[in-house]
Design a protein around this ligand. Structure first.
Ligand code: HPA
Length: 276
């Protein structure tokens, strides 16, 4: 399998979605990661299973709802991707970054990425919400590796402010507890305590297995990026407990009321002030 982004799949997915929703004009996109699914419970709109969009990845590998919801907040149309593919799923970069490409193709200029993460910094205890201020890419790869596709931006995208300062402030105003640096590892293993010690000394505040690829591509496309981590556990070696996906989901469920109010407040604020 060639992991590189397949431009033909990007085009055919865009075409498939345009046929289904020819009048869609989202301003904003939301990608819901692990544990975040219920944050949009009660949102009304049209839902589309990912299986209807060529290239979104095999259902079942997902481990998330695998649906796209088209909805509005105030006057603002928004696409909500309920579930993402990860690099560790081994399907290559196309399904990982396709939601971002589709948002751009449909004219969106803002994206909110969410994830579950392990806390490294002292104040980022389980249950904290961290607005991502910057990232460290330890995935061992980059979604833009491969022959240059001008539809994905320039060959060498600047990354001096991947996460919009203005949107970070909106996240803090909306309920995030702190800002911090997110480090992305490939997974699917959790980290070792020695790795976490190294990541801390590199400047990482929280660790996870997602988000960075989508942020890289969104930034390259000129989309404003906001990202919010739900810290669901102390990173390996800090809490003296073994890490499981189930425990991560449990903490996310317990934190859900704050996760939900933070993203809704953020989106409402965006709809009020940024709608054009
Ligand atoms: N490490 C990596 N990914 C994660 C973690 C973690 O500790 N918690 C939730 N996702």
């Amino acid at each position: 399998m060639n992991p590189q982004i397949n431009p033909l799949t990007l085009d055919s997915a865009t075409e498939a979605l345009r046929k289904i929703w020819p009048d869609a004009r989202p301003k904003c996109g939301l990608i819901l990661g692990s544990g975040w699914g219920e944050a949009v419970e009660g949102f009304q709109g049209e839902e589309l299973p990912y299986s209807k969009i060529t290239g979104m990845g095999k259902p079942g590998v997902m481990g998330h709802a695998g649906k796209l919801l088209r909805t509005t907040i105030g006057e603002m149309e928004i696409f909500i991707f309920q579930g993402r593919q990860h690099w560790y799923e081994g399907e290559g970069w196309t399904p990982v970054i396709l939601p971002v490409y589709l948002l751009h193709a449909f004219g969106a200029d803002t994206i909110l990425l969410t994830n579950a993460a392990g806390g490294i910094r002292d104040d980022l205890a389980p249950g904290s919400l961290m607005a991502i201020a910057d990232h460290i890419n330890m995935l061992g790869s980059n979604p833009l590796i491969g022959s240059h596709n001008p539809k994905l931006g320039t060959r060498f995208p600047d990354q001096s402010e991947v996460y919009s300062r203005a949107l970070r402030k909106k996240l803090l105003d909306a309920g995030a507890d702190a800002e911090g640096v997110y480090i992305a590892t490939s997974g699917p293993t959790f980290e070792t305590p020695a790795e976490i010690n190294q990541y801390r000394s590199m400047g990482a505040d929280a660790v996870g297995m997602s988000t960075v690829p989508e942020a890289i591509v969104a930034n390259a496309l000129g989309i404003r990026v906001a990202a919010l981590s739900c810290v669901c556990n102390w990173a390996a070696g800090i809490g003296n407990t073994k890490l499981t996906h189930e425990d991560v989901n449990e903490v996310a469920a317990a934190t859900m009321p704050r996760m939900k109010s933070t993203i809704i407040t953020f989106l409402e604020e965006l709809a009020r002030h940024d709608h054009s």
